[in-house]
Design a binder for this molecule. Sequence first.
Ligand code: PMT
Length: 395
Amino acid sequence: MLKGKTIVLGITGGIAAYKAADLASKLTQAGAKVEVIMTAAATKFITPLTLRNITHRPVVTDMFELASEWSVEHVALAEAADVVVVAPATANSIARLAAGIADDMLGTVLLATKAPVVIAPAMNDLMYSNKVTQENIKKLKARGFNFIEPEYGRLASGKMGKGRLPDTPKIIEAIEHALGQKRDFEGKTIVVTAGGTREPIDPVRHIGNRSSGKMGYALAEAARDRGAKVTLISANVSLDAPADVTIIKAPTALEMKQAVGEAVKKADVLIMAAAVADYQLEVIAKNKIKKESGRNLTLNLVRTPDILGEVKGHFIRVGFAAESENLVANAKKKLTDKKLDLIIANDITKTDSGFDANTNRVVIINKKGKAEELPLMSKREVADKILDKVKELIK
Ligand code: PMT
């Protein structure tokens, strides 16, 4: 997996920089070409000469002293990389990467590369748990960067805490995972819907549902990380917008129908994970309905348009089925009624799957009716499994 791969290894100025020598050595022994970039601070902890002797490659320590064989554009390293690793990554380097600062070679390469990125934070536990550091990490994760959690153990201060750089085998495992990350949707346009619509009753009240949007957002992020151009049509959620994804807000079923109709004109795939209301108010009250003491309120509801069933075009159509009983049978009926290529059935009565859970337990059914039951896994893993199936259909 590592043989012949070009691995750009960024080393930043933390006490764990000495461990990067072991990482560089193991990667080189595994047959990878290791191109080391050191920040100025890193050279205070370990010498470039050490890394040069380990990797038998020139070491880049300065933006303007390019190793001879790299062409003048200082993004040559970024383009050559199969994966970029930053180990150890200090709080300062993570903050600079999150801000997109590119006044040194490492920042430039991280901004310019299209290759998967693996970041291994290592620092004092209080710095790691600091809100700002965690926000920077969240921002970089939203951009699709892979992170390896630091480990609990003895820190430079002599104290025990969470901030130690993981051992080399763990970092190599993360690099191999990142290398396996496929960019198999490069050039494809994918439309994903997410979240629960809210159908207004009056200016104050609405009929909603328990969708958090996590499943749809996981699909959008997974598709983006695999190279797709993603439009995420989002109903009502309280999730951070994923980076590098076009977000369109669509709070009601009618607005979602409009947005989907527009977005699919250029789409290769439509995946509807949104919980779209089946009913809307026949009449939306202009003013707040006053509660007459002791009297009931009757609402007249009418069907909403079946977006997925009615939307037309030459794109792969993937739907979800939110069921509380007869999961596969009900999902198969929707598969045929809506003429879908794939339907993802999930039981929404469980706490660890369906609405708002971070995990999901789904059955993927193709248009021949073949059902594949997946075990409980994270919604991001479910998303990648769904995309694997979509990939087979696109071929
Ligand atoms: O958002 P989370 O909290 O992560 O929860 C995820 C989820 C449970 C919402 C998701 O996994 C899911 O099941 N989404 C579909 C919910 C839903 O509306 O299912 P349904 O069986 O009622 O609808 C079937 C399909 O038709 C869905 O793809 C839906 O988007 C679509 N639909 C439904 C109604 C409508 N008027 N138009 C539609 O296109």
